[in-house]
Design a binder for this molecule. Structure first.
Ligand SMILES: [Ca+2]
Ligand SMILES: [Ca+2]
Length: 73
């Protein structure tokens, strides 16, 4: 029975990690729902903040949906 519990715990951790990764969607980050991610909104995610300048192809300090597609976790 003990082995089953270890397996269950491992699976749950894995599922949580998956949900976290897939939970980082454009609409979640765009908290004011204006269709773009501002620097302030990007601050919710460290990785996004690090990549913001690179992702912002037109340098308007906003990430459009198409610019956000290049974001890599
Ligand atoms: Ca926004
Ligand atoms: Ca932009």
């Amino acid at each position: 029975m003990k082995l089953v519990h270890v397996f269950m715990a491992t699976s749950l951790t894995f599922i949580s990690a998956m949900s976290f990764a897939s939970g980082l969607s454009f609409s979640d980050l765009d908290t004011d729902h204006d269709g773009v991610i501002s620097v302030k909104e990007a601050k919710a995610n460290t990785l996004l903040t690090e990549q913001f300048a690179k992702l912002d192809a037109d340098k308007d300090k906003l990430l459009s949906r198409s610019e956000f597609l290049n974001f890599q976790l």
